[in-house]
Write a new protein. Structure first.
Length: 151
């Protein structure tokens, strides 16, 4: 019987076990307790910075904090099992959502795309209503944007 390459999701340890790690350089770090502690602290700090940055940038137009949250979780999942379990849960939710949206009729997908486009336009308009029209836009665009309400 072939050995499974997928990590054990039921293990309740705080950090990943050596057999869960697929990179030799990290296995070497884990062999020295002092280096492992320093590495864990570094991973925790970097991953935590991305997790903290996610809600702080979430209000900006575009994808906002979602990619930063997933990146922070992925960084933490490289060392901590609780983050790895959470990342697997997020991946499972994305698969379910992708499967569900794939089964929807074309008219509903189109309607959803139009609604998303309108939400992005409203977010950009609100951004400019609060902060003003950016000066780096071409003059013709600035003139047109200043004719919009609240700008």
């Amino acid at each position: 019987m072939a050995e499974s390459t997928s990590p054990d999701r039921t293990d309740k340890n705080i950090t990943l076990d050596a057999q869960d790690d697929r990179w030799e350089w990290r296995r070497k770090i884990r062999s020295d307790p002092k280096k492992h502690l320093i590495y864990r602290i570094g991973v925790g700090i970097v991953g935590g910075i991305f997790l903290i940055a996610a809600p702080l940038t979430g209000w900006l137009p575009g994808p906002g904090g979602i990619p930063l949250f997933i990146l922070g979780l992925a960084i933490l999942a490289s060392e901590f099992e609780w983050a790895q379990r959470a990342l697997y849960k997020v991946k499972d939710w994305v698969k379910v959502l992708t499967t569900w949206t794939g089964k929807q009729p074309a008219w509903l997908k189109t309607l959803g795309s139009i609604a998303l486009f309108c939400c992005v336009l409203v977010a950009i308009w609100l951004y400019m209503a609060v902060l003003g029209v950016p000066g780096w836009l071409p003059n013709s665009w600035e003139t047109w944007l200043h004719d919009l309400p609240l700008l």
